[in-house]
Ligand binder design. Structure first.
Ligand SMILES: Nc1nc2c(c(=O)[nH]1)N[C@H]1C(S)=C(S)[C@@H](COP(=O)(O)O)O[C@H]1N2
Ligand SMILES: [Mo]
Length: 514
């Protein structure tokens, strides 16, 4: 089917819809409203069942969001096409369909969690209503001649079937112009939002407590082995933000409220003026599969969360902190993990540089020993001191455990699936955050478990490299590993998926030697 033979009804529907959406986006952007399109995308993310989300992440990795947006766009275009086809037959049907699509988007805007920090859902709804009016008007006008002769030809779709007085060329010119105007408005909206949030340069003041120097022997420098420190570029990224929030340090506010003696509001400057601590911490995603790479170790600089909570004064009844990110996420963290003396930080820098937007600029939480979904809130805007019994967080609402201590685990980095016979270096990383790794063992096929050599311990809050010399003989072999924490407990061999509180099982690799 070429453009010339495209059925006119759907073409009219799509053109009118694109213009309506483009206008809605542009008005929302100019007036500081929430984006109707992104609200829809957010809603789809939030309503996606867990199994489908896991399958999507497994298949597409971190490209899951662009792919989701493309799917939402395709489905929307298809529905607009149907609206156009209906409008040719009976106008009220086509208009009704646009109204239904508009209502769905209004519902999404009302439920919107993101608003990208500052955007107003109400303004987004007004923008959408104006866009809807423009879209309906365009649909009426574009299909007018197609409908006028409806009686003569029941379904006017292609040129051959077109009614008298219908100039297909003129129609296509009009439809293209309408579509182009819609696309131009959408591009304009993007430019406006980009302008409003210029990247801000910030300088990180000196810390009162720099990270301890890395012990000699903590970095084994083995080819193919994960480095002890993860660069920001290589650091995994997981979040529900369709559009990475852009927060401005000049109007940044962190609210601390709830079960406190006096609620506090801190600016970015207030945070910078507090004592800054620098620590290496390994953070990990609960969705990490056995052997997976959703884990990274960085140097974080920030304010201690307990110092901030002390300013507000804690109510003894509290047992949790519910934190909120500008993408609308809510995360529940045991109060104990924030006050028991471990290095829980409101981080402002990663590896010595201000946080990148992807990793939570300007302020995020990092908590030793807890999976990210219960502790590592990025784009942090709010800390509510509360009780676990009194709230549900984003992920706990979706079936994940309310508490998420990181499970003892390890990963085999090398060798790959094929190697030469002889002495082969087996190596990887092991972690048991806030308990510490005391031992890693390796097993070849059904042989005995053998101790691996451990790199020097950086701290109990970071992962630890390990290595093992294997006399590999020709053939196919299975290499397995397991880690022990400082209490002497090995990681469990019971295989479990990531949901609801972290995957378990020994990492294993089949290696062909020859
Ligand atoms: N605002 C916000 N913070 C968030 C999330 C999120 O979706 N939104 N995801 C959490 C999860 S599940 C993890 S594993 C870590 C990942 O942090 P990173 O992307 O910097 O590696 O961020 C946590 N903080
Ligand atoms: Mo995560």
């Amino acid at each position: 089917m070429t453009f010339r033979t495209l059925p006119s009804g759907p073409v009219a529907g799509i053109a009118a819809g694109v213009l309506g959406l483009g206008i809605a986006e542009l008005i929302a952007a100019l007036a500081g409203g929430a984006s109707p399109l992104l609200a829809l995308g957010d809603r789809v993310i939030d309503l996606t069942p867990r199994w489908l989300k896991e399958a999507a992440v497994a298949t597409f990795g971190t490209a899951d969001k662009p792919i989701l947006l493309a799917c939402v766009a395709l489905v929307t275009l298809a529905l607009l096409g149907v609206a156009g086809a209906l409008a040719v037959r009976r106008l009220p049907l086509g208009v009704g369909m646009l109204l239904i699509l508009g209502a769905v988007d209004i519902a999404a805007l009302l439920a919107d969690r993101s608003g990208n920090g500052t955007a107003s859902p109400a303004t987004g709804i007004v923008a959408l209503l104006i866009g809807l009016a423009v879209g309906i008007t365009s649909l009426v006008l574009l299909t007018r001649r197609l409908r006028r002769h409806d009686a003569a030809t029941t379904v006017a779709t292609t040129e051959a079937e077109a009614p008298d007085g219908f100039d297909r060329r003129r129609f296509l010119v009009a439809a293209s112009a309408v579509t182009a105007a819609g696309v131009a408005s959408g591009v304009g909206a993007k430019v406006v939002t980009g302008r409003r949030h210029p990247a801000t340069k910030v300088a990180i003041p000196a810390t009162v407590s720099p990270a301890a120097p890395l012990p000699a022997g903590a970095e084994l420098r083995i080819d193919g082995l994960t480095p002890h420190l993860t660069s920001v570029d290589d650091f995994y990224r997981i979040d529900i933000a369709l559009l990475t929030p852009r927060l401005d340090v000049d109007d940044y506010r962190l609210k601390i409220h709830g079960l406190v003696e006096n609620p506090v509001e801190l600016t970015y400057q207030d945070l910078l003026a507090m004592p800054l601590y620098e620590r290496r911490l390994t953070i990990c995603c609960v969705s990490n599969e056995v052997g997976g790479d959703l884990i990274g170790n960085a140097t974080w600089t920030g304010v201690r969360i307990r110092d901030v909570l002390k300013r507000a004064g804690l109510d003894p009844d509290a047992d949790a902190v519910k934190s909120t990110g500008a993408d609308g996420i809510t995360i529940g963290t045991p109060l104990e993990a924030l006050t028991d003396g471990r290095d829980s930080l409101l981080a402002i820098a990663q590896n010595g540089e201000p946080l990148t937007r992807e990793h939570g600029f300007p302020v995020r939480m990092v908590v030793p020993g807890l999976y990210g979904y219960v502790s590592a809130t990025k784009w942090l805007t709010e800390l509510e001191v509360t009780r676990f019994a009194d709230f549900r967080a984003y992920w706990t609402d979706r079936g994940w455990s309310a508490e998420g201590p990181i499970k003892t685990a390890c990963r085999i980095d090398i060798p790959g699936r094929e190697t030469m016979p002889g002495t082969v270096t087996v190596a990887g990383v092991a972690w048991a955050q806030h308990r510490g790794v005391s031992k890693v063992e390796v097993r070849i096929d059904d042989g005995p478990w053998q101790p691996a050599e451990l790199a020097a311990e950086d701290s109990i809050d970071t992962w630890r490299q390990w290595t093992y010399r294997w006399d590999a003989t020709e053939g196919e072999h299975q290499v397995q590993a397991r880690a022990f924490d400082r209490s002497g407990r090995p990681q469990t061999d019971a295989e479990a998926p990531p949901a609801p509180d972290g995957a378990t099982g020994y990492p294993a690799r089949t290696v062909t030697v020859g």
